[in-house]
Design a protein around this ligand. Structure first.
Ligand code: ZN
Length: 469
């Protein structure tokens, strides 16, 4: 599910919860050409992972089902025929060839494609002819009859007063030749029949809303409230698009973000609680959500900020829960099945920003070799390669002498040794940590690293690194 779609669902959900409304899941699957197998399952799974439960939907049922548009075909056709009787739509028998010719005629003098507008040819067919052609089983579509002139206005709860000239709108197809409705028609009929009060959707629909309103008005149905949402941008110029492969909820889960952090972050993409809060629980989001806080301008998807937020959520997990969520990432790392994951998790929980940082943070346990001796340089501890060489030379016998290898004994023995060694404790620990990991940053200090590696491996690495010095 695209992050933009998830945000739309989230705002619907938050608004419904805040106002004790009902959150409905409807599957809009009438565009057979765009049908993607498995997409419906992704919708269910994503909503579930994000904690957005629907009261009505294909799986839960409800008073206004069926909730899958392809199962409502007859309903749309019935309403479309009524709309024809009311003058709001008409049958169109135009062939593909005629429509193509029409598009060519309307092309600019230099051959550039200009706005393709249907010429209302079939609106003027005699009633008898329509009857005859329908009876003969001729293929047809049903088109919306948009007035040739005039203006339509409505008030969007985010963007305010929106006016569109009818002359800018085409007689869109409402029912296709396969008998299925287009979004243009199905969403209006369903929103009315399912008693939808608030329509949240992307701002790309701002200018098509007047044609939906025209259908409501012709049927004398009450229009819903409209809440169009600002775009989500990759940067100042570009929309967050599927093409980049990192705009879907799943992409972020794979990268090791927690669903609760994603929900929190996307709630803030285009909406603000009106204060400086950035970390809000689901309950806090529901309590604070207000349409007045939705912005008109596009918001930029800021992944570093999501990372920061995710780190906060990781720290709050219980150690068991952190470890449970981290396991798939240990399984992708070089330590797979070789280390006690819970022990690693205890070190990583306060450091990891996203779970996919884990393999890189632990791989040194299994992957150790050549590294740059410049890593020993530490001005604060007054360590350089020469000091490190002397420190390691002194430390190795003390480490060899530790008999009962545990975090406590390592700590006590090395600390005691430091007292009489002539080195500062910090110099010993810094040199030792670099020597056994070959890394500037590690998930813990020298004691923790010794403990993880075990005595034989610790000594092997200390000696190897000393040799290199
Ligand atoms: Zn026609």
């Amino acid at each position: 599910m695209h992050i933009g779609n998830l945000r739309t669902a989230l705002y619907c959900y938050l608004y419904a919860r805040r106002h004790k409304g009902i959150f409905i899941l409807r599957i809009e699957d009438t565009d057979q050409e765009r049908f993607v197998p498995g997409a419906t399952e992704i919708i269910y799974q994503t909503l579930q992972e994000c904690g957005m439960t629907h009261e009505e939907g294909p799986d839960t049922g409800g008073k206004y089902g069926p909730y899958v548009q392809s199962q409502r075909k007859d309903i749309y056709l019935r309403y479309a025929k009524r709309l024809v009787q009311l003058g709001g739509a008409y049958y169109c028998f135009c062939s593909k060839e005629r429509l193509e010719t029409l598009a060519e005629e309307q092309s600019g003098a230099n051959g550039e494609k200009t706005y393709k507008k249907y010429d209302k040819h079939c609106l003027h067919l005699p009633k008898e002819e329509i009857k005859r052609r329908l009876a003969a089983g001729e293929p047809y579509v049903i088109r919306q009859n948009i007035p040739l002139s005039g203006t339509s206005s409505y008030t969007d709860l985010v963007f305010g007063e929106i006016s569109v000239d009818f002359s800018d709108i085409e007689d869109n197809i409402l029912i296709k030749s396969d008998g299925l409705p287009t979004y243009n028609f199905a969403n209006v009929v369903d929103d009315h029949l399912m008693k939808i009060s608030h329509v949240f959707r992307g701002s790309e629909y701002l200018s098509s809303t007047p044609k939906y309103n025209l259908i409501y008005d012709t049927f004398k149905w009450e229009r819903p409230q409209y809440i169009h949402l600002p775009l989500i941008m990759r940067d100042a110029q570009h929309k967050l698009s599927k093409r980049h492969g990192d705009a879907n909820f799943d992409d972020f889960i794979k990268k090791g973000y927690l669903p609760e952090a994603i929900v929190n972050y996307i709630a803030l993409l285009g909406w603000s609680p009106g204060d400086n809060r950035e970390k809000l629980s689901f309950a806090e989001l529901i309590a604070a959500f207000d349409i007045a806080g939705i912005s008109k301008s596009g918001s930029i998807f800021d992944e570093p900020k999501l990372r920061w937020l995710n780190a906060q959520y990781l720290k709050e997990l219980s150690p068991e829960e952190f470890n449970r969520r981290a396991i798939p990432f240990y399984e992708q790392s070089k330590v797979k099945n070789k280390y006690d994951y819970a022990k690693l998790s205890a070190l990583l929980q306060s450091r990891a920003e996203i779970l996919s940082d884990i393999p890189d943070a632990v791989d040194f346990l299994e992957e150790f070799g050549d590294f740059d001796n410049a890593l020993y340089l530490n001005q604060k501890q007054k360590v350089d390669a020469a000091v490190a060489k002397a420190a390691l030379t002194a430390l190795i016998p003390a480490v060899e002498a530790i008999s009962d290898w545990s975090l406590t004994t390592i700590h006590d023995s090395v600390s005691a040794f430091a007292e009489t060694s002539g080195f500062k404790k910090g110099q010993l620990l810094w040199s030792a940590r670099i020597a056994v990991t070959g890394r500037a940053s590690t998930p813990g200090g020298a004691f923790e690293m010794f403990d993880l590696l075990g005595k034989p491996e610790t000594l092997r690495r200390l000696k190897y690194s000393l040799e290199r010095l």
